[in-house]
Design a protein around this ligand. Structure first.
Ligand SMILES: Nc1ncnc2c1ncn2[C@@H]1O[C@H](COP(=O)(O)OP(=O)(O)O)[C@@H](O)[C@H]1O
Ligand SMILES: [Mg+2]
Length: 240
């Protein structure tokens, strides 16, 4: 269960990016967050693993209130897949990038080896384990970034624009992966068809606020609601 109460945040330059966000997400639910550019989606999800700390308001993840003091605990609970995989991969060898997080947590060596191999095999990256992440294709990097999160076995997985620059086949692969996660997930995406395929609930953001929240298919087929928030119907509903 994730509870956000009265969350507000402004950047040092004075930009008010979040204003009075209230949201409750049930354990195991898949929630999509949509909104036009600059609506505050990334700012919001970057709060969920303590990357940004609430200026005003509170966030609790499965009963643990996020604060400076318990960031280690929060990093174990919540995995964030950044919008840009390059922000997540920084060693010279794919294998080391995946092992990095569990090593930091002090997971025993044999356990790390087991976890890393399992995750890399699941994502079809095992053959690439000795490659430099910088030499991977964009799609491979995206799945590698997912691997760094999955290997931590978090209870909550947050993804920021996970389908940007995936080809149709990899996009389909990601839909399958996300639908088989069996975890609480929060997905930010401009790809409303991806949200349609992977989420049960949808929040619509506009100018730092959540302006609507409800069942995904109901939200995503409401043309008027979407258009009033500078969004368009999912492609599969256009032309109907
Ligand atoms: N580092 C930053 N410094 C100042 N303003 C920022 C920064 N990052 C984002 N913003 C501003 O905060 C608002 C929300 O941005 P963001 O959360 O990135 O939106 P979204 O992810 O929905 O496109 C925007 O007005 C943006 O210009
Ligand atoms: Mg963003």
């Amino acid at each position: 269960m994730i509870t956000i109460e009265g969350l507000s945040f402004s950047y040092p330059d004075g930009t008010m990016a979040l204003e009075g966000i209230n949201l409750a997400i049930a354990e195991g639910a898949a929630t999509g967050i949509v909104g036009a550019n600059g609506a505050g989606k990334s700012t919001l999800v970057n709060h969920l693993n303590g990357y940004y700390l609430a200026e005003e308001g509170t966030i609790s993840i499965n009963g643990v209130r996020i604060s400076q003091k318990n960031l280690d605990r929060i990093h174990q609970l919540v995995g964030l897949v950044f919008q840009n995989p390059d922000d997540q991969l920084f060693t010279a060898r794919l294998y080391d990038d995946i092992a990095f997080g569990p090593e930091n947590l002090g997971v025993p060596k044999e356990e790390i080896a087991r976890r890393v191999e399992t995750v890399l095999r699941e994502l079809n990256l095992w053959e690439l384990r000795n490659k430099a992440p910088s030499h991977l294709s964009q799609g491979e990097k995206r799945f590698a970034a997912f691997a760094t999160v999955l290997v931590m076995q978090p209870e909550v997985i947050v993804m920021d624009e996970p389908t940007s620059d995936l080809d149709p086949k990899n996009r389909r692969k990601l839909i399958n992966l996300v639908n088989h996660l069996q975890k609480t997930t929060i997905t930010v995406s401009h790809d409303l068809d991806f949200i349609w395929d992977t989420c049960q609930r949808v929040c619509i953001m506009n100018r730092g606020r959540i302006v609507a929240e409800g069942p995904a298919k109901e939200m995503l087929s409401n043309r008027e609601l979407l258009e009033s928030n500078n969004l368009e119907l999912p492609l599969r509903l256009q032309g109907e």
